[in-house]
Design a protein around this ligand. Structure first.
Ligand SMILES: C[S@@+](CC[C@H](N)C(=O)[O-])C[C@H]1O[C@@H](n2cnc3c(N)ncnc32)[C@H](O)[C@@H]1O
Length: 208
C-alpha cells in the first residue's frame, strides 16, 4: 500500500497496521531469544535513549566505514544510517540467519550491507567490502554468555580492524565486556543508561 492509500485508511486499520509493523520485529527478536538465549542475550531491543547515548561520541563527518556486531532486528541500523555520510557504509554482522534475512528484506539503502557470519571474522568481512579498516565498531553482543574464547577473539579482531582514533562502542547489561576491553583499548570511557530493559552499561574503547 502506498502512503497516498494510507491517507484514506480508517483509524482502526491504521492502528492495526502500525501494531503489526511494530510487533513483527519484536516477535522475531523474541523468537531469536527463545531459540538461542546465550547468543541473543536480551528479551527486547535497545531503547531510543540507549541508541542516542551509545552513538553520541561519533564524529559522523569523519566516519566512512561503520561496523555493527549483533544488529538483531536493526534497532541501531536506521539511526546509524540517518547519521552516516552519503558516501559511508554500514556493515552489520550477525550469526542469526533469520535476523540477516529480515534486515536484507527491510532496509533498502545502498550504503547498507548485512552479512551472515561471526564478529570474530570482521577483518576479512571489512576487506571483502574493499576497506582495510573501520572507523568505528558498535557491539550489542552478549559477551558474558558467548561460547568460551569467542569474546577475546572478537576483542582482538576489533582492535585490528579499527583505525587509530577509532572507537569500539559497546552496550551490555553487565560490566563483563568493559573488563575484557581493558586488555585491548588504551582508553575506556564509561556510561550507563537506566531507561533500557534491563538498564544498560555503556563503554567506549578508543584505539590509540
Ligand atoms: C542483544 S542482541 C542484539 C540487540 C540489538 N543490537 C538491539 O540493539 O536491540 C545480540 C545479537 O548478537 C548476535 N550474535 C551473537 N553472537 C554473535 C557473533 N559471534 N557475531 C555476530 N553476532 C552475534 C545475536 O544473534 C543477536 O542478534
Amino acid at each position: 500500500m502506498s502512503p497516498v492509500q494510507f491517507a484514506h485508511e480508517p483509524l482502526p486499520a491504521r492502528i492495526k497496521r502500525k501494531a503489526r509493523a511494530l510487533l513483527g520485529p519484536m516477535a522475531l527478536f523474541l523468537k531469536g531469544f527463545v531459540q538461542h538465549p546465550a547468543m541473543v542475550g536480551a528479551l527486547v531491543p535497545s531503547s531510543q535513549r540507549t541508541i542516542r547515548r551509545v552513538l553520541s561520541p561519533v564524529d559522523w563527518g569523519n566516519c566512512r566505514v561503520f561496523v555493527e556486531y549483533g544488529p538483531g532486528v536493526g534497532t541501531f541500523c536506521r539511526p546509524v544510517l540517518e547519521r552516516l555520510r552519503r558516501d559511508g557504509v554500514l556493515i552489520v554482522i550477525d550469526t542469526n540467519p533469520d535476523f540477516i534475512a529480515y534486515l536484507q528484506a527491510t532496509i533498502r539503502d545502498s550504503r547498507f550491507s548485512a552479512v551472515l557470519g561471526s564478529a570474530a571474522d570482521v577483518v576479512d568481512i571489512v576487506a571483502a567490502h574493499g576497506f582495510d579498516h573501520a572507523d568505528h565498531v558498535l557491539s550489542g553482543l552478549p559477551f558474558s554468555t558467548l561460547p568460551p574464547g569467542v569474546g577475546p577473539a572478537i576483542m582482538a579482531a576489533t582492535r585490528r580492524v579499527l583505525r587509530p582514533g577509532g572507537a569500539f562502542l559497546v552496550y551490555q547489561y553487565t560490566t563483563h565486556a568493559r573488563q575484557m576491553m581493558a586488555g585491548y583499548f588504551e582508553r575506556i570511557d564509561r556510561g550507563f543508561e537506566p531507561v533500557n530493559l534491563p538498564p544498560c552499561v555503556i563503554s567506549w574503547g578508543w584505539k590509540g
